[in-house]
Design a protein around this ligand. Structure first.
Ligand code: CA
Length: 528
């Protein structure tokens, strides 16, 4: 039996010591937990090509961009580039709105994620609700998850009343599509939001008066999730306002004990770009109104007549989103969140803007295919230019790898985790790919290497072969006989192995293989 003095000793010294150790241990666990959490902001512009960033014309970047830089003013993106890793070979594997977004979310190519074309009235295309996406994983791992802007991954069904309020039924009183938009639709709460808690969705291409759906009534004049709202504020400006509030957390939109992930999918510089209704008048007047058209349309492959009506508005929309990105990044810094936040800036695809006589996107040429990609992570990365040839499905596993959540990446995705290379460009843990896959419309497939763009149509016939080094503006569409045999074999082998590895339907299609100009894709052994 313990003596009184022994009990007293324990009460006086041992118990407080245990309490002190346990409380300080809990304290240290808590503080480590908070410090360890890295926030994420992914900014996706729409229809903004890689050349559309001003910093490319600075001396440091000479030779890093294939071809000339657009004469655009983007001081905030330039600063982000100067502080981050600039990837100069990033492409949108399928240069179209919905396929890009579905690849970004799912880590899968279109044949697996359900979005092999734009979601649209009358089509069944839509991101499969059961797929565990990037935001699902982040939510499961304790992140506050938020979305601002365009979604365009959801199957488009007639579930609304005449005013655009969600009814959730094809029967009366529902049964209408949302007015003003036949391509995108509201995403109701549930699985199709893929783990995203805070929802601020914008619809339509009316830049200065988008349709708004949100689960934060304070942003909607008190309206509820599913009720449509408009406020006449330019889409990207309204989104930046909401993101700034979210970062400041002035209405407890998020839990400050948790890290956050923000997906900001802006709609500019998407068309229409036809009048001052589409942009900011002051920016237009200051930077672009009086600039000679020949200085604006500076690519030798441009048909000036095709683009001259649009380019001033297009470029001024780029400067407009640059301004809004600057506001958000300034707030991130003033809130003390900059150091431990990964910021990614990219776009879903480019814009032809008169090159080869074309406008818009969804073609294999460089102005459509090439996209901005900047990744800033002050705690772990300093500035560099990197020519890593990653694809959009690689973003999910790579980001999870950077967040030390690599073991939470679902097994069934196509993407590869390149976080080791991003942290250490000399790392040999994963091979640097030598090509990216082009997964185009109507069964078009191809690869883009550092030198070539090579693409076949759905019948296996060559329709594009460009030497991007010697012909950066892709003025000469080559035949296979024009390039060395080793290059022909490499391009065909790369394509074959891509199609086989992602289980692309063309790989096993006899009609496709019969017409492949070089040798059948399905006979190539990729188990090298
Ligand atoms: Ca788009």
């Amino acid at each position: 039996m313990k003596s009184f003095s022994e009990i007293k000793y324990h009460l006086l010294y041992v118990l407080p010591l245990i309490l002190f150790i346990s409380s300080s241990y809990a304290g240290s666990v808590k503080s480590v937990k908070i410090q360890d959490k890295t926030n994420v902001i992914i900014i996706v512009a729409d229809q903004m090509r890689r050349a559309g960033m001003g910093f490319w014309s600075q001396p440091e970047y000479q030779g890093a961009l294939n071809g000339v830089s657009d004469p655009v003013v983007t001081p905030n993106i330039d600063r982000l580039a100067a502080e981050g890793v600039v990837f100069n070979q990033a492409i949108s594997n399928y240069p179209l709105c919905s396929p890009f977004r579905a690849m970004l979310m799912s880590g899968m190519y279109p044949n697996k994620n359900g979005v092999a074309q734009n979601t649209h009235i009358g089509r069944l295309a839509g991101l499969k609700p059961e797929i565990k996406t990037l935001t699902n994983v982040l939510f499961e791992q304790g992140y506050n998850t938020a979305l601002f802007g365009k979604v365009h991954w959801h199957v488009n069904k007639p579930l609304f009343d005449q005013q655009g309020n969600y009814q959730g039924t094809e029967n009366a009183p529902g049964g209408h599509y949302i007015k003003q938009t036949n391509f995108d639709t509201y995403v109701p709460p549930g699985k199709s939001r893929h783990g995203i808690e805070y929802w601020f969705q914008n619809l339509s291409h009316v830049h200065k008066n988008p349709l708004i759906y949100s689960n934060d009534p304070a942003t909607m004049a008190g309206k509820n999730d599913g009720q449509v709202h408009t406020n006449g504020i330019y889409s990207a400006v309204g989104q930046a306002d909401r993101i700034i509030e979210y970062l400041q957390n002035n209405r407890q939109q998020r839990d400050t004990e948790k890290p956050f992930s923000i997906l900001w999918t802006m709609e500019p510089p998407h068309g229409p770009y036809e009048s001052l209704n589409d942009t900011d008048e002051q920016i237009y007047n200051t930077y672009y109104k009086d600039k000679p058209i020949i200085k604006l349309l500076n690519r030798p492959n441009i048909d000036v007549k095709t683009a001259e009506k649009f380019v001033r508005y297009y470029f001024s929309m780029i400067t407009l989103i640059d301004r809004e990105i600057g506001r958000v990044l300034t707030t991130l810094k003033s809130q003390g969140l900059e150091g431990n936040t990964i910021v990614i800036f990219t776009a879903d695809h480019g814009e032809m803007m008169g090159s080869h006589g074309k406008m818009s996107k969804n073609v294999v040429e460089e102005e459509s295919l090439s996209i901005p990609f900047i990744l800033k992570y002050p705690l772990k990365l300093s500035h560099r230019i990197d020519d890593l040839m990653f694809g959009i499905p690689d973003i999910m596993p790579t980001l999870l790898g950077l967040l030390n959540l690599g073991d939470k990446t679902p097994d069934n995705i196509d993407g590869v985790d390149y976080s080791s290379i991003i942290i250490d460009p000399k790392s040999t843990k994963v091979n640097r790919p030598i090509s990216s896959l082009y997964y185009g419309k109507e069964g078009e497939v191809g690869v883009r290497t550092a030198r070539y763009t090579y693409a076949l149509n759905n019948s296996g016939q060559l329709f594009a072969l460009y030497d991007n080094v010697n012909d950066p503006y892709q003025m000469n569409n080559l035949e296979l006989k024009d390039i060395p045999k080793k290059d022909r074999v490499l391009l065909n082998t790369e394509l074959a192995c891509w199609l086989q590895s992602i289980d692309h339907p063309n790989a096993s299609l006899p009609s496709f293989n019969r017409h492949v100009t070089l040798f059948p894709i399905n006979e190539i052994d990729c188990h090298r």
